[in-house]
Design a protein around this ligand. Structure first.
Ligand SMILES: C[S@@+](CC[C@H](N)C(=O)[O-])C[C@H]1O[C@@H](n2cnc3c(N)ncnc32)[C@H](O)[C@@H]1O
Ligand code: SF4
Length: 417
């Protein structure tokens, strides 16, 4: 699997140079000069830990959580005050972990952000189904949140039990969501679980939209090597059939495909923290991409707080992308939305997409991976499946390796991918 991603990387970046992440970083971050900037805040606490989950998280302890939020607010000020005046940003997303465990401090975090940034396109937060009660949702809404995403996984008890999760009380969710409304209500579902059928997924999708979602994210199950999950993965052929059937079904229903795995019933409903040209991440494991530098914060909560105590940034690793590497990264995340406007690429890089990747796009058209309409590329079903397929390899070859190391070492010296 590594060879496949290595070869693709070498071809696309025209270089044998691996992606090298080093334990080095800048104390000053040039976000003031970056357009289309998004913000992300990571809150790594959970009531209990799910076996299959790769994210940076620890069991919730109220004292530790409070100490962490103090450090987080300090990190926001440490970075925010590097730019004079307020910087315009598109959106702010809270992820985790289970960020609602700090719901009583959400207002404080957002105020700290508002001292340095102006958010133009709303605030999102990930919720566990256990967080969905009227009181919590009202607090979240009061703090300024406009989009929520609920980690359902499945409404089917069989799959919840395979994943080690509790059954979801759909009727309770429905009545709470009726009481407190948000611009986007997204629900996460997982597909490609052992022997899962299209009929079962269809009923999950229907249930999500019928109880108040206007957006669903249907993620393929990924078996990370460092998790304790015993769930087996589905064969490529069966996964493709499922993804195509889901897509066909959602399109027939009139839902918009916003990205490879997300569909919405309302045109402007969206939930995505990854598809910005630049982003600033605060908290453990949060990543930051500014121009050609990509940095990742330490995964260790204790070490994170210690760094902030001495007024130092909690960066663990940094990679300086070459121009082509940055272009490949841009194409990867833009194509995640299933569409690419070459003019945006040209504007962002001051170079022509055609000069750099004309051959690849011509080939992709001939092979039926992309379509070109009025100069805009969009992925076909086949293209979307192969994107999904490569994303799977990328996740296992790159993210799995990196996160596997970061969970054990707070500040590794170097990681080569
Ligand atoms: C941080 S969690 C969501 C919020 C909350 N912590 C929860 O569990 O409900 C983010 C989402 O990642 C997805 N996810 C986690 N582990 C996964 C895996 N191994 N494969 C595919 N998706 C996964 C799940 O759909 C999950 O809802
Ligand atoms: S899936 Fe959600 S609740 Fe479970 S461990 Fe991961 S972040 Fe925590």
């Amino acid at each position: 699997m590594g060879i496949r991603t290595d070869l693709t990387r070498m071809w696309l970046t025209r270089s044998t140079r691996p992606f090298i992440f080093r334990n080095e970083y800048d104390e000053r971050l040039p976000f003031g000069e970056c357009e289309n900037l998004g913000l992300y805040v990571h809150i790594p606490f959970c009531r209990s830990i799910c076996n299959f989950c790769p994210y940076c998280k620890v069991r919730y302890e109220s004292k530790e959580c409070d100490r962490y939020i103090d450090a987080l607010i300090k990190e926001i000020h440490l970075i925010g005050r590097q730019h004079e005046g307020k910087k315009e940003v598109t959106s702010l997303y809270f992820g985790g972990g289970t960020p609602a465990l700090a719901v009583d401090r959400l207002g404080e975090i957002i105020s700290a952000i508002n001292e340095h940034f102006v958010i133009t396109d709303g605030i999102g937060i990930e919720l566990h189904p256990d967080d969905v009660d009227t009181e919590t949702l009202l607090k979240i809404k009061d703090a300024g949140v406009t989009r929520i995403s609920i980690g359902i996984q499945s409404f089917n008890d069989k799959y919840q039990s395979i994943l080690g999760r509790k059954s979801v009380a759909a009727d309770k969710l429905q009545s709470v969501l009726k009481e407190v409304s948000f611009e986007t209500v997204s629900m996460d579902l997982i597909f490609a679980l052992p022997n899962q059928t299209f009929e079962e997924l269809k009923s999950d999708i229907d249930m999500a939209f019928s109880i108040g979602a206007n957006h669903v994210a249907i993620y393929p199950f990924i078996d990370f090597t460092f998790t304790a999950s015993k769930v087996s993965t589905m064969q490529k052929h069966d996964k493709r059939k499922l993804l195509d059937s889901i897509t066909e079904y959602c399109e027939k229903k009139g839902y918009t495909r916003n990205s490879i795995w997300t569909f919405s019933s309302k045109k402007d409903a969206r939930y995505s923290s990854m598809t910005r040209d630049n982003f600033l991440g605060f908290g453990c494991s949060a990543t930051t991409l500014l121009k050609d530098s990509f940095k990742i914060n330490t995964f260790n909560v204790e070490e994170y707080c210690k760094r902030i105590d001495i007024n130092s940034l909690p960066t663990s690793l940094t990679i300086r992308f070459s121009k082509r590497q940055r272009m490949v990264y841009y194409l990867f995340w833009t194509l995640y939305s299933t569409r690419l406007d070459p003019k945006s690429f040209d504007k962002f890089f001051g170079e022509s997409l055609n000069d750099y990747f004309g051959l690849e796009f011509r080939l992709a058209k001939i092979l039926g991976f992309v379509r070109e309409d009025n100069g805009i590329y969009s992925l076909t079903y086949k293209g979307a499946f192969y994107y999904h397929y490569y994303e799977n390899f990328y996740t296992l070859a790159y993210i799995d390796k990196m996160w596997g190391i970061m969970r054990k070492e707070a500040f590794p010296k170097e990681i080569r991918l």
